[in-house]
Design a protein around this ligand. Sequence first.
Ligand SMILES: *Cc1c(COP(=O)(O)O)cnc(C)c1O
Length: 369
Amino acid sequence: MSAPRLHVRLDRIRHNASTLVGRLARHGIDVTGVTKATLGSPEVATAMLEAGVTRLGDSRIENIERLRGAGIEAPITLIRSPMPSQAARVVASADTSLNSDIQVIGALNNAAGSIGRCHGVVLMVELGDLREGLLPESVLDAARCTAELPNVRLVGLGANLACQSGTLPSDSNMVVLSDLASAVGPASGHHLVSGGNSASIEWALTGATGRVNDLRLGESILLGCEPSQRQPIVGLHLDAFTLTAEVIESSVKPTRPWGEQGETAFGPTVGACAVESPDAPQVIVALGRQDVDMDGIVAPRGTTIRGASSDHMVLEVTGGEVPPVGSDLSFPVVGYAALLRAMTSPFVGRAFLDLDGCHSWPSRPRHRR
Ligand SMILES: *Cc1c(COP(=O)(O)O)cnc(C)c1O
């Protein structure tokens, strides 16, 4: 198979998702499984659905169309405010979208009317992170306007934190969301109150969750990590994704560069050895910044990453055998940006593995591309 390639362990993703679904269920919270970091992979989406997520979420209509094209019929929410220019595609493929602008909701209403559908609208509330959301004082007006439109249905409220400014969920900002949910929806009604992303798990498991009954989870399911403190979540797999790349040069070289030095294409140099030291074995793998974010992968045992440019990654071999040209090196993917880029690069192949006895993959051709 081609290199570089990303190995995706679907059994580990399923385990992570079902663990989080179970823990949050005890607090009355459902999980929306977010697939955007996997480019809307139908394989990953299926693993999440098998694990019991209530619905899927993705930020790109292209990814949602891909999921639909693969035969996935579960409810899907577009988790970025729709572009008005894409309103027709949004109402055709997504059941619901997260919204923070009444004009966009108007465009959705028109688009839904023209195909005889009703589109679900979740109003996003700004709670201090200063990304998307209506200011709390304008939510009631927006809810009233939305309720007057014939082809959209107000299904609930939501909020997003810890993405733009790093504002963390707390009982004091989350109570604002719950109070607004009570003001907007019937007290007993089954109104969606989507409280946040993976950064809200800790709060949800320890705080007073109020009316929050949904979290939208991507990173925690995929990487087993809690984003706001970059802490592993106990009991989850951190190694669902590994990136494999091929060695294209294997040599022994001086550890100190020579000649006058300036900046590289990617800024100041790093990793150059300041003092004279003996020559060292090094390898180059055919992997670069066009394929992955170097800060989000871990060097294989016995190697240290010395640097990387667009297409080359240089590793010093510090222990064990020196990998020969043509051999493979595998890097666990631990960072969200690294996963996002590897999944998005057209140069990176993907191999899905499911080592869970009761689900042999690929036995579900319906979901394959
Ligand atoms: C990306 C995103 C999520 C998922 O975030 P994770 O940190 O990956 O769990 C949830 N909600 C919105 C609005 C998002 O953009």
